[in-house]
Design a binder for this molecule. Structure first.
Ligand code: UGA
Length: 443
């Protein structure tokens, strides 16, 4: 099957590569010539375990190609996936300019019937706008070619994208067209396990499913963070509460880990966008707004705890920071809690010595050279000469720690752990002050 993917960002690249890997003929188009050149040289612009090998293999086999040539890309695929970015507007709603620009491009260059597949996370009603745009451009050209637009939202997690693609819980396709259903079966069919997971529904339900899934997961996290904050003040251990409630299958263990707030390119953006959409149809999405507000507050708790540990005297202090990415196995720092913390520390006159297994370049790119940020080569060096340690990301490598050594290194024996990595009694047993999330000791 011939498939065109517009956008070689995270979603586009994973989708294109995985579809090529089961034998489809895939062309990925991007307007960013530098990015396409890097991809053609087998260089992957993002960190995602397993992706590079898969890209190179499929390029060598000739099933995966990259181009900046929009016209050739449109003429190539029977399926045309739109996987470009939908960054938040100033008011939090999703900016559709890139999605609609692809629709224009398709309308301008198509010479045969095509099925356009919305893969980007887009507000309810976008498929209609994509359809209208293509129809308008075709009309301007005086052409009347058949086309369909369907919604096929992605549910990939960064760091686990290939597995999520090939063994996901479901594939949602919003369409009423039998033609589209047949093509989508053919597209995902080679992944035997995915065949049974194809769910057809109407377009708007598919579009809303994507937001509802992310909003539900974000809600679970904010709820748990609220319980953790309460636990801290009530002298209860939220880890025991988590196990207690997770054992009820109606609640489950997934996504109830309290922490220093959710980040990344999806939850913050999608919760805000859905709340915005609600406003557009005169509905006040109070729960979604609370989920967002609780998360904003949670991201500030690391600084608040440090500040209390130092009686508000953070100026001139050096804080060691382990973990910059918004979660492990990615170099992505979008909306990461580490950023809220570092920016608050800098505003308070403190310095940061940070280490992350993957996100150091990204951090350099975002913040550039500055006197109050030192990026070091390993976690030991981060701690050397620091006053206290904060953990922002639960990278595996941070889970084993020589606490006696840590006690010697830190000027003040303070650990603020935003991810509840350790047993408080063990850490405290080494004479360290340990402030985790919701573990009974309010600071
Ligand atoms: C999320 C969804 O999990 C995917 O299903 C979805 O496809 C994706 O967004 C998207 O819309 O593209 P992702 O943002 O990659 O995926 O990351 P998650 O693993 O979901 O983590 C999100 C944030 O929640 C992280 O900051 C993580 O630390 C936090 N989290 C997660 C918690 O604080 N507690 C938990 O129990 C779970």
């Amino acid at each position: 099957m011939k498939i065109t993917i517009f956008g070689t960002g995270y979603v586009g690249l994973v989708t294109g590569t995985c579809l090529a890997d089961v034998g489809h003929d895939v062309v990925c188009m991007d307007v960013d010539a530098a990015k396409v050149a890097r991809l053609e040289a087998g260089e992957i612009p993002i960190y995602e375990p397993g992706l590079e090998t898969l890209v190179r293999h499929n390029m060598e086999e000739g099933r995966l190609r990259f181009t900046t040539d929009a016209e050739a890309a449109v003429r190539f695929g029977t399926l045309q996936f739109i996987a470009v970015g939908t960054p938040p507007d100033e008011d939090g709603s999703a900016d559709l300019q890139y999605v609609l620009a692809v629709a224009e491009t398709i309308g301008r260059h198509m010479t045969d019937e095509v099925v356009v597949v919305d893969k980007s996370t887009v507000p309810v009603g976008t498929a209609d706008r994509v359809r209208d745009t293509i129809a308008r451009v075709l009309d301007e050209r005086g052409e009347s070619l058949a086309f369909e637009v369907c919604s096929n939202p992605e549910f990939l997690k960064e760091g686990n994208a290939i597995e999520d693609f090939t063994q996901g819980a479901r594939i949602i396709v919003g369409t009423e067209s039998e033609w589209v259903k047949g093509l989508m079966r053919e597209c995902y069919g080679p992944y035997i396990r995915l065949q049974e997971k194809l769910m057809f529904m109407d377009v708007r339900a598919a579009e809303l499913t994507k937001y509802a899934a992310n909003a539900m997961l974000a809600t679970k996290i904010s709820f748990m963070n609220e319980i953790a904050n309460l636990a801290e003040r009530l002298g209860a251990d939220v880890e025991q509460v988590r196990r207690g409630i997770g054992s009820d299958p109606r609640i489950g263990y997934h996504f109830i880990y309290p922490g220093c707030g959710y980040g990344g390119s999806c939850f913050p953006k999608d919760v805000q966008a859905l709340a915005r959409t609600a406003g557009d149809v005169d509905y006040s999405a109070d729960l979604l707004q609370a989920v967002e507000a609780v998360n904003q507050r949670q991201k500030q708790t690391l600084f608040a705890k440090l500040s209390r540990a130092f009686d508000g005297q953070l100026a001139g202090r050096t804080i060691a920071l382990w973990g910059l990415s918004f979660k492990p196995n990615t170099d992505d720092m979008r909306d990461a809690p580490s950023r809220t913390l570092m920016e608050a520390l800098w505003a308070a006159g403190a310095r940061v010595r940070a280490y992350d297994p993957e996100a150091m370049d990204e951090c350099r790119r975002i913040y550039g050279e500055r006197d109050d940020l030192v990026l070091v080569a390993d976690r030991q060096q981060a701690v050397a000469g620091a006053d206290a340690l904060v953990i922002c990301t639960e990278w595996k490598v941070f889970r084993t720690v020589d606490f006696a050594w840590l006690k010697d290194e830190l000027a003040m024996p303070v650990i603020v752990d935003g991810r509840n990595l350790f047993d408080p009694a063990t850490v405290q047993g080494h004479g360290l002050m340990y402030f985790a999330v919701g573990r009974g000791n309010s600071l």
